[in-house]
Design a protein. Structure first.
Length: 204
């Protein structure tokens, strides 16, 4: 049986990495699970990650969208499709919805052209379920500022950029309620994990 692709989406600071780690531990009790991140997961994509996050580099919106799509294409080819074909469940920290929100809405490139670009990059691969961590943009920014790491190139954007992304995520969720399950990310991590587990209960 083919595995399941579960993607985790949301603003920076929403708690995606924390949820991904906890959910992997929960799901591994019943089945093989692999946790991956975007951009990254394979060597080429990790190198692209370094480029797109470097605050010292100027990267135009279209170049940025193409780099993310290239990293995604390699991840699909090298990891996602083989893992899913062998029956492994894949937890993926960000996928196409991130590009729709960040480059399509945040950068103003339009969600339709970004969707077409990524359909080509992923060969039409669609998540079985997407967990969208909804958090107020101001809360997400405050959480970022509490980290030890310096903000990357995207994290340095203005508040209006993240407000546009939050609206785009809400639009995506409203347009595909079966695939996208919205989680309240303002609560404690254990409560977010409980919401996520419940949102996946019908995939077995």
């Amino acid at each position: 049986m083919r595995g399941r692709l579960i993607t985790i989406e949301g603003l920076d600071g929403a708690g995606k990495s924390t949820l991904a780690s906890g959910l992997r531990d929960e799901l591994e009790r019943q089945r093989p699970v692999t946790l991956l991140r975007e951009p990254g997961g394979v060597e080429l994509s990790e190198r692209i990650r370094t480029l797109v996050k470097d605050p010292a580099l100027r990267c135009g919106p279209r170049a940025e969208a193409l780099l993310y799509a290239a990293a995604r294409a390699q991840l699909v080819d090298e990891q996602l499709e083989p893992l899913l074909a062998q029956g492994t469940w894949v937890l993926l920290d960000r996928f196409v919805d991130s590009s729709l929100a960040y480059q399509g809405a945040g950068r103003g490139l339009g969600m339709h052209p970004i969707a077409e670009l990524n359909d080509f990059a992923t060969q039409g691969l669609t998540p079985d379920r997407t967990l969208l961590l909804r958090v107020d943009p101001a809360v997400g920014r405050a959480r970022q500022q509490g980290r030890d790491d310096a903000p990357d190139r995207l994290e340095r954007e203005a508040q209006a950029f993240f407000a546009a992304i939050a609206r785009a995520y809400d639009e995506i969720a409203a347009g595909d309620p079966w695939r996208v399950r919205v989680l309240d990310a303002s609560v404690a991590p254990k409560n977010v994990l409980a919401q996520a587990t419940a949102a996946l209960s019908d995939l077995d």
